[in-house]
Design a protein around this ligand. Sequence first.
Ligand code: ZN
Length: 323
Amino acid sequence: MRIGVDLGGTKTEAVALGPAGEELARLRVPTPDDGYDSVVRGIADLVAAIEAQAGAQAPAIGPSIGPSIGPSIGPSIGIGIPGSLSPATGRVRNANSTVLIGHALDRDLAAALGRPVRVENDANCFALAEAMAGAGQGAETVFGVILGTGVGGGIVTAGRVLAGRNLIAGEWGHNRLPALSAGEIPGPACYCGRTGCIEAWCSGPALSADHARATGETLDPPAIAARAEAGDPTAQETLERHLGRLARALAGVVNLLDPDLIVLGGGLSNLDHLYHRLPEAMRGHVFSDVFETPVLKNRLGDSAGVIGAAWLWPDEPRTEGGR
Ligand SMILES: [Zn+2]
């Protein structure tokens, strides 16, 4: 059995998966808002609850399958968080759930649960979920893209997250948008302190801001898409600019990583024109005479984070403290 936990700012969800990835149980609770210790205790309680629920529905599989890791018992635990662990300190950084920042969440949870825990950022969990159980099943290398309030990404190859030396692999959103036109210089300011980041051009808020710059009207992305669909030329132009920028940015990923497929998640993944138009828009920016990389919509929707967390331990001997 695998257990995944998706720790969000307001809700924490857990899922228990059987050996073939089948869902045995799922629970969702509010994330405690009274401090870090409560969050840790809340996750430990949630894990205990879902183990009880899944155990009641599934044959006793737990520690009898796969090698044991000494005294610990029970399924492996993966946790997805909106942030990452700093390789320098082992503590959470870059989390918009600020209560986590500065804490060694993996160690604290391992102590609370009595077994090793893996913590991974939510974009990597998204990519892993889609690679193992979603649109990317069967692909060797998957680039999972989050296009939402921010732009993030994760790389999965051979069923594992490629975390990277500095644990930032796949974080393409704070690269600069390439191949700028004169009107795109210097580009919008980004919260990270740079200007012209891919995130500052291609996220949902960035799409709205670009439309507002061009028209003076502030609309959210679904409203812009609806206007474009209804024939509004200014909305269509906004989507064209966004498409072109996203294509340039993703072509850079292809030149570096050349994934077998690209999966889109986050709110903007609901923009259906991206799937019809992106590959052609990318083609001219990819350094290859052949460009056949599919760009697919996610299949797991909001469940990707928790499913990906459950897959953080591959099917192999577990090693204490390994990533
Ligand atoms: Zn940035």
